[in-house]
Design a binder for this molecule. Structure first.
Ligand code: ZN
Length: 252
């Protein structure tokens, strides 16, 4: 029995990685697609893009994106209809989420949130396609980072996706020949060049943090930890996973 259990877990793990890698490969390809970059570039207000020129100061761009442009999609929704009807705070109704599988090009999956009380539904498509994300302007860290990375690339600031495999992702931009941590979901100045923030404040216990380009992925974990020895111990037998990850990435 344990043999089968382990085997299944292993299969599930590697297909999880394949799904994540597929997403970032398709995103990285779009970061090199001029028609996508032209589309997202037109969304930036003129004053904001001028101030952000060459990455000298990304503060106005980050502020505009977080405050004016994007909306956050909570993991658990409360039914708006039932909340409006109810007279006290206990009447807010939590919705139940169902996930439906999508495809590897446009939409990786969709969520349908249903209110158990009144049956109201909210549909949340999780797009791979950057133009769709730009049109819907809503999401969680993936949608925010995927789109913000495209916006930076459209300003000729070379930017890639980074994923920590602990339910968070962000961007890195090449500024003055150095890859800088950028997280459009966070407030300024934490959102810019604060790589240890997650470990210090969210208690993250990393094994691997990977960055993604169109052709390959890299291990950038060391840039985000002040406890490299602990990370290496945590990896244990996983120590040389990078080559395996790169091989999976080359095939998706
Ligand atoms: Zn309801």
């Amino acid at each position: 029995m344990p043999f089968y259990k382990n085997n299944n877990n292993k299969l599930n793990r590697s297909s999880d990685y394949a799904n994540t890698f597929t997403l970032y490969k398709r995103v990285s390809e779009q970061y090199n697609d001029q028609s996508v970059l032209d589309y997202v570039n037109k969304l930036i207000p003129k004053g904001v893009s001028e101030e952000s020129d060459n990455g000298q100061s990304l503060k106005p761009l980050l502020h505009w994106f977080k405050t004016d442009f994007m909306k956050w999609m909570p993991k658990q929704l409360q039914c708006v209809a039932c909340t409006e009807i109810g007279s006290n705070s206990n009447s807010t109704k939590i919705m139940t989420a169902q996930v439906i599988r999508g495809d590897s090009k446009i939409r990786r999956k969709s969520e349908i949130h249903t209110c158990n009380q009144c049956g109201s539904q909210v549909f949340f498509p999780r797009y791979i396609n950057i133009v769709n994300i730009a049109d819907t302007r809503i999401g969680r860290c993936s949608e925010w980072s995927i789109l913000f990375g495209a916006i930076l690339n459209s300003l000729s600031i070379r930017t890639r996706m980074v994923h920590d495999f602990l339910d968070h992702c962000w961007n890195e931009s090449l500024i003055d020949d150095k890859w800088i941590h950028i997280d459009s979901t966070l407030e300024y100045p934490i959102c810019y060049d604060h790589p240890y923030y997650y470990e210090q404040n969210w208690g993250k216990e990393y094994k691997y943090i990977l960055s993604f380009s169109e052709s390959t992925l890299d291990d950038v974990t060391r840039c985000y930890t002040e406890h490299w020895d602990t990370v290496q111990k945590r990896r244990g037998k996983m120590k040389d996973k990078l080559q395996e990850y790169q091989m999976i990435y080359s095939e998706v």
